[in-house]
Design a protein around this ligand. Structure first.
Ligand code: UD1
Length: 417
């Protein structure tokens, strides 16, 4: 099994190009189930994207991968697509459940494996099913699969989500785009990746109006051919912003729209990180002193749960006690025991972490438990004394494109063994 070996305490400098967004690419790929021919650009070639490509192949789409320019050409010549998303493809990537809405809308039936739990919590799909039932689907759970059918097709209606969910909002938009009539969704997730999915659907011919947390979708659109460029990965950008703040002397991040990551930039500036923003670029200069802070993770435009583990490492360098309240997932502190083994002083009470700083981290052999927890260990390894060896790095490969190459180009001492 592959591991990452990092020799820490090297000052990083250089340029890091930010890749396309994994979390925007996945629902856009699910939406391509509707199209005849579409080209998608700025696709990050990470494991989750390849799993989704495999799933679409299984369903019956033809996908040409162009690794040189990070694009995909998707061609759909079949009138009848397979309606099944099997367990072996959905179990490794929850976003597989995003094909449920499109398959049901297109084929009037779908059989999609239940994704099951994962390290960061139980992660149910009740909200996905709630919205599809409102649109007229009949749903049964049998042998670990969701069996959904809508013999007469889905019907548009008004639906208010009881709580905000990114994936359920995306599944609802996807299903409603081929329902009859208009659907009004209230209390939607407004993450930039949801907006990117809406932009893609508009580009292939669907009429959608969104204002605040309300989204109106006009159903039964006729798909047209299109080329679409996926937005930048704001979580990858945030990860390298934090890594640069903690281990860098002068780093430029490219391909970023800084307006989308306003909250993250505000928090980092409050912590004393020196940041300069340009049109498509952010420069991070060496920060002399990191200040303590209290943050709460919440849906966009709040601070993202997907950057919680990474910012915790920065907090180990701040003077005093920093606090993180995790409001999205119930079990997202799996990185804490590993960071403690590296010398961090962290206490957990319920959903709140108290980080005492400043501490000097020391290298150790550690275990990655999920995607963002793994990358927090990489950041910790960059500033730790001696060597850090990270096990189970397949989690990292699910969501970070060319991680070692990007860090090596900034003079870090990191290698895969
Ligand atoms: C997406 C992101 C993930 C991110 C998360 C929150 C993708 C592929 N993944 O995941 O990286 O951490 O948003 O920003 O885009 N919930 C329910 N019932 C449901 C669905 C969700 O109770 O049917 C709960 C979840 O357990 C969680 C909360 O709602 O507590 C938010 O989850 P959700 O926004 O749905 O996350 P994902 O779409 O799975």
């Amino acid at each position: 099994m592959q591991k990452l070996l990092i020799k820490g305490k090297k000052k990083l400098s250089g340029i890091i190009p930010i890749s396309g967004s994994k979390n925007a690419t996945l629902p856009i790929l699910a939406a391509s189930i509707f199209s005849q021919k579409v080209k998608i650009e700025n696709v990050p070639f990470v494991k989750d994207v390849f799993t989704m490509i495999e799933l679409l192949n299984f369903i019956g789409l033809r996908i040409k991968i162009n690794k040189k320019n990070n694009s995909l050409q998707i061609i759909n010549k079949k009138n009848v697509l397979n309606s099944i998303a099997p367990y072996k493809l959905v179990k490794t990537m929850r976003a597989g459940v995003l094909v449920l809405g499109p398959l049901l809308a297109r084929n009037k039936k779908a059989k999609v494996s239940l994704p099951g739990g994962c390290a960061i919590g139980t992660r149910p799909v009740d909200l996905h099913l709630f919205v599809l039932k409102k649109l007229g689907a009949k749903i049964k759970i049998k042998n670990g699969y969701i069996h959904a059918s809508a013999k007469k097709g889905l019907r548009g209606c008004k639906i208010k989500f009881p709580s905000v969910s990114v994936g359920a909002t995306e599944n609802a938009i996807l299903a409603a785009s081929q329902a009859s009539g208009k659907t009004i969704l209230l209390n939607c997730a407004i993450e930039p990746e949801v907006k990117d999915l809406i932009s893609f659907l508009k580009k292939i011919g669907c009429r959608i109006i969104s204002k605040g947390r309300k989204i109106e979708i006009f159903g039964k659109f006729k798909p047209v051919e299109a080329t679409y460029k996926v937005m930048f990965d704001r979580i990858e950008a945030g990860t390298y912003l934090i890594a640069s703040a903690i281990a860098g002397s002068n780093i430029s991040l490219l391909n970023i729209d800084h307006k989308i990551i306003r909250t993250e930039l505000k928090i980092l500036k409050l912590m004393g990180v020196k940041i300069k923003t340009f049109k498509n670029k952010i420069n991070i200069l060496e920060s002399k002193k990191i200040k303590k802070i209290k943050i709460t993770t919440s849906p966009y435009p709040g601070f993202p749960t997907d950057l919680q583990a990474q910012i915790m490492v920065l907090m180990t360098k701040a003077e005093g006690v920093s606090i993180i309240k995790e409001n999205i997932f119930e079990n997202r502190f799996m990185h804490v025991p590993e960071l403690k083994r590296m010398g961090a002083k962290i206490e957990i009470k319920n959903n709140t972490a108290y980080i005492q700083g400043p501490t000097n981290l020391s290298g150790a052999e550690v275990m990655a438990t999920d995607l963002r927890a793994s990358v927090s260990l990489v950041i910790a390894g960059l500033i730790a004394d001696n060597r850090t060896l990270i096990n189970r790095i397949y989690h990292l490969d699910r969501g970070y494109e060319n991680l070692e190459k990007k860090l090596k180009n900034c003079k870090s001492n990191i290698k895969r063994i």
